[in-house]
Ligand binder design. Structure first.
Ligand code: ASP
Length: 329
């Protein structure tokens, strides 16, 4: 039996242990709350390097990931040398440059434009749709009218090089988009800021020489881009019709929710697309799909269908480098 003296000793020991654990726990909570979140931004393809550098200016000064991704993707949008995004993008089969873009923030606010003509920065119009309308997506003339009402300037986006290519294409007028030939690359960008918030942006001129009115995956929330501030964010590039079939970026985020790493989640989404294509007896030869993703911890990953897709990563550890994504075939 425990004597009274022993009991007093034991209670003193227990309360000192409790005090110790309590102070340890407090220490941990303080460390955790003090822990600085490392920002990261990743984006698709080679032009992601310049775009990331711009986004980093916002992320590294404690700015919001939403502002970072918008500023980042505006770089290739305005660059006529980038012929698959924004100004200078290749036209559709009627010679019209039509742009698709969407944006999503940490509160699941979404904005999107499809088949928008004459505006250099569709991503900023998408953001205006998100912030200034009761809607989430505007397309075609309605999107243009809205952009003009917001002060965006109407411009000619068709540059001579793209017009010449289109005229050449018209000679055969065969719509055969090829994998990794840069006539359809999209910039998709996802970022985590120092407050631990995720956002993403995606913008493209879509598949060169597409039918007029065609909208791909890029402006479709869930397909071309998806953000869940609890879990992670993902974006896609490649043949939009295939990405839409599996609501690709949403699938990647949901796979991360199930515990897969960003790379594993991207791989599984690509595999799903392959299975569907095989079931349809569709050749994979000219098909390319690429997903990139980050999770809430700031881990990143990517996967593509076939060799040739790369993505740019900017974090405190990786100072804006282009990484070749792993591929399945
Ligand atoms: N996903 C884009 C589209 O289908 C094109 C691309 O990223 O290559 O319009």
């Amino acid at each position: 039996m425990t004597s009274r003296r022993q009991f007093i000793k034991l209670s003193a020991l227990a309360s000192s242990l409790f005090a110790f654990n309590k102070s340890k726990a407090n220490e941990l909570i303080i460390t955790q709350s003090k822990k600085t979140i490392k920002p990261i931004v990743i984006s698709t393809w080679r032009f992601g390097i310049e775009a990331n550098a711009e986004a980093w200016k916002t992320l590294s000064t404690q700015g919001r990931s939403l502002d970072a991704v918008e500023a980042g993707v505006k770089i290739p949008e305005a660059d006529p040398k980038e012929r698959s995004v924004g100004y200078g993008g290749r036209p559709d089969r009627d010679g019209r440059v039509t742009l698709d873009a969407c944006i999503m923030d940490e509160y699941s606010n979404i904005g999107s434009v499809g088949c928008l003509e004459h505006i250099v920065h569709p991503i900023s119009v998408a953001r205006a749709v998100m912030e200034k309308t009761p809607h989430t997506m505007l397309v075609g003339d309605g999107a243009l009218d809205f952009a003009l009402s917001q002060g965006f300037k109407k411009e000619n986006l068709l540059i001579k090089e793209s017009e010449d290519e289109w005229k050449e294409w018209l000679k055969k007028a065969e719509y055969k988009p090829k994998a990794n030939i840069e006539n359809h690359d999209t910039i998709g960008m996802v970022a985590l800021d120092m407050n631990g918030n995720l956002s993403g942006a995606c913008t493209t001129s879509g598949m060169a020489f597409k039918m007029h009115g065609r909208i791909g995956d890029s402006p479709i929330i869930g397909a071309g881009l998806f953000v869940d501030n609890e879990i992670g964010a993902a974006t896609a590039t490649g043949h939009g019709e295939e990405v839409m079939r599996i609501v690709g970026s949403h699938t990647v985020v949901e796979l991360m929710r199930q515990g897969y790493s960003p790379e594993e989640a991207c791989k599984k989404a690509v595999e799903r697309i392959i299975t569907i294509a095989k079931n349809k007896n569709k050749s994979l030869d000219e098909l390319q799909i690429g997903f990139i993703a980050i999770n809430k911890k700031g881990e990143h990953g990517a996967y593509c269908l076939q060799k040739g897709f790369n993505y740019a990563v900017y974090s405190p550890e990786i100072n804006n480098q282009l990484i070749d994504a792993k591929h399945i075939i």
